[in-house]
Design a binder for this molecule. Sequence first.
Ligand SMILES: NC(=O)c1ccc[n+]([C@@H]2O[C@H](COP(=O)([O-])OP(=O)(O)OC[C@H]3O[C@@H](n4cnc5c(N)ncnc54)[C@H](O)[C@@H]3O)[C@@H](O)[C@H]2O)c1
Length: 252
Amino acid sequence: MSAFDLAGKLAVVTGGASGIGVGISELLAEAGATVVIADIDAARAADQADALKGAGHKAASVAVNLADEASVVAACAEIVAEHGTPWVLVNNAGLQHRELLLEGSVAHWERNNAVNARGPFLMIREIGKAMVAAGRGGRIVNVASSGLIGQMVHGLSAYLASKGALAALTQASAMELAEHGITVNTVLPGGVGTPGAIGAEGPPPVGPGNRRPPLGMCEPRDIGSAVLYFATPMARYATNQTICVDGGFSIT
Ligand SMILES: NC(=O)c1ccc[n+]([C@@H]2O[C@H](COP(=O)([O-])OP(=O)(O)OC[C@H]3O[C@@H](n4cnc5c(N)ncnc54)[C@H](O)[C@@H]3O)[C@@H](O)[C@H]2O)c1
């Protein structure tokens, strides 16, 4: 199973301090990667890195605010200087707040898009430059949302627009990075009972996205399994692809 082995490889997981990012970090670490948790919550990122190390894995953390270009540039430089060139970047961090369309504000739109779309663009730009310079190829995985294929509730216009931008960024990045052996793919999580999902601000989440999936609710590690596939050396021929992990929601 060496094609699934990430030993000696570096992984960066944005938003790895909470929820789905924890599941992704665990699976990448269990596959042998050294995992850098990149999160705006520096204390929880350090705690999660300690938890991985306590379980016998290799991990570190770095503080980053994805909404701030200078912060992203500095964090990526710190990662490369201290840990080397990442093999995989997982753009997982995101805001999930809701606002009804007809009451929508530019501030809410900008906040969602700064973290969910512009942040990943900046991360891909900075980590992508390091990957290309190192000349060893790499993997980029963007975490969007199953809402893009219709598992909707009210209040998600800014959120889904940002996730649509992220999915489109997958395609554009896959095109420009293919010649460097870097793949770029998307994972669409279904509903996961994370702090971010449960604590999302806004109107009640009314809509068909509230139905129970045939397989029940996803756990963070279920999403991590799809990310892990795209992160492996074995997935070298898969780029600009999407895996939706939603417990079978799409068949209801
Ligand atoms: N939970 C779900 O049901 C669900 C469904 C579909 C998609 N998603 C997506 O999965 C991803 C993870 O969501 P989650 O539910 O685990 O959320 P979460 O809120 O539990 O975790 C998100 C993490 O991102 C970090 N973060 C937030 N803003 C940041 C910023 N500006 N810079 C750096 N880090 C920042 C947070 O500190 C947190 O650790 C998000 O992109 C979300 O949109 C979640």
